[in-house]
Write a protein that binds this ligand. Structure first.
Ligand SMILES: [Zn+2]
Length: 347
């Protein structure tokens, strides 16, 4: 007990040293202003326009836009769970986004319990009777398999153990893909897909939405957002892996950056290792589809996956973790209560 109190005192003292956090309530949610956040991360250069605020120091930067969910960390686009708001003349970010997104991205080496990795599980989407999205040049299942085979070659050459959830044109149910991945420790999971949907263009990266964070695939928070699942044990590693992946994807492919997003796809939801799902362009858009159909583009995607793994490994590091001194603890989130049922009238 005494040990717990000591640790608590150290934690409070460190927080106080790091600067006082002023929490603002907006619409029943906790927010922190960007000045406070910039202070904490030592980002001293400030550029402000009416709608936009950039704080930076060297190559590190944060950029927020008023009433927008688009948020840039080190020039990479992220989609906030809740849009930035104005409060008392300052641009504010939700505490949830600070704790679950900005902190692990800005300081991945401080992620508690992040495991060093030596194994990569590569998951080619679809297969067998399930073609995935089609273009005139072929099916998503074929291009995804070719991409992971190329990535496997690069990773194996660098000494990684590589596991494929499918290595031929076979249909593997989503649960089985997860079961295969969950057999490994010191491992990460990368699922490869190509998008469909009108003339959409560009690349995007998904990772599991933490508990209480709405999925980008839904219109707003729902009760299912509060269900605990296996993947939540790795919220911080997930976002660090997704950051490494998305950065590599955007830089290598030079495709339009659709941002790093959160979802609850089965293959990332039930993982017991960190995982990410990439959408490497749109099969439904001839501009993207033409690229996807070329071996050169798929080799580029494979190189992006390889860089992502290397960068993630470097970011979380292999050294023992020091005690985390970070942003405020995540808010305690109670699931929304169902509406009370009125007792029948006695009359
Ligand atoms: Zn797909």
């Amino acid at each position: 007990m005494r040990r717990i109190i000591c640790l608590l005192l150290v934690f409070i003292a460190r927080l106080a040293n790091a600067g006082d956090w002023a929490v603002h309530q907006v619409g029943g949610r906790d927010y922190l202003d960007m000045d406070n956040i910039a202070d904490f991360y030592g980002l001293k250069e400030v550029k402000r326009t009416e709608k936009e605020l950039t704080v930076s120091s060297g190559v590190r930067s944060l950029r927020a836009t008023m009433n927008s969910a688009e948020f840039y960390i080190n020039n990479l686009k992220f989609i906030l769970s809740y849009p930035a708001v104005e409060h008392g003349g300052k641009i504010c970010i939700s505490r949830m986004d600070l704790v679950k997104l900005i902190e692990p991205v800005m300081r991945p080496s401080k992620i508690k319990n992040a495991q060093p990795i030596d194994t990569v599980v590569l998951d080619a989407g679809h297969g067998g009777h399930d073609n995935g999205a089609m273009s005139q040049w072929g099916g998503e299942k074929t291009f995804a398999l070719d991409t992971v085979q190329r990535a496997r070659a690069l990773l194996q050459a660098a000494g990684y153990k590589v596991v494929l959830t499918r290595s031929d044109d076979t249909f593997i149910p989503l649960d089985d893909r997860v079961r295969i991945a969950n057999k490994y420790r010191r491992a990460i999971f990368v699922s490869v897909h190509f998008n469909a949907g009108g003339y959409g263009t560009g690349v995007e990266t998904y990772t599991l939405a933490p508990r209480g964070v709405p999925s980008m695939m839904a219109d707003g928070p729902s009760i299912s957002d509060f269900v605990e699942c296996a993947g939540h044990a790795h919220d911080a590693e997930n976002i660090a892996l997704a950051t490494a992946t998305h950065a590599a994807l955007v830089v290598k492919t030079r495709m339009f950056d659709r941002g790093l997003k959160r979802a609850r796809f089965v293959v990332i939801r039930d993982l017991t290792i960190p995982g990410v799902l990439i959408e490497g362009g749109f099969q439904s858009n001839p501009y993207d589809a033409k690229f996807i159909a070329t071996p050169i583009y798929r080799q580029t995607l494979a190189q992006a996956i390889f860089s992502a793994v290397e960068n993630y490994k470097r970011a979380v590091g292999n050294q023992p973790k020091e005690e985390r001194v970070a942003a405020p603890e995540p808010p305690k989130i109670a699931p929304p209560k169902p509406a009370p049922i009125e007792p029948p009238s006695s009359q």
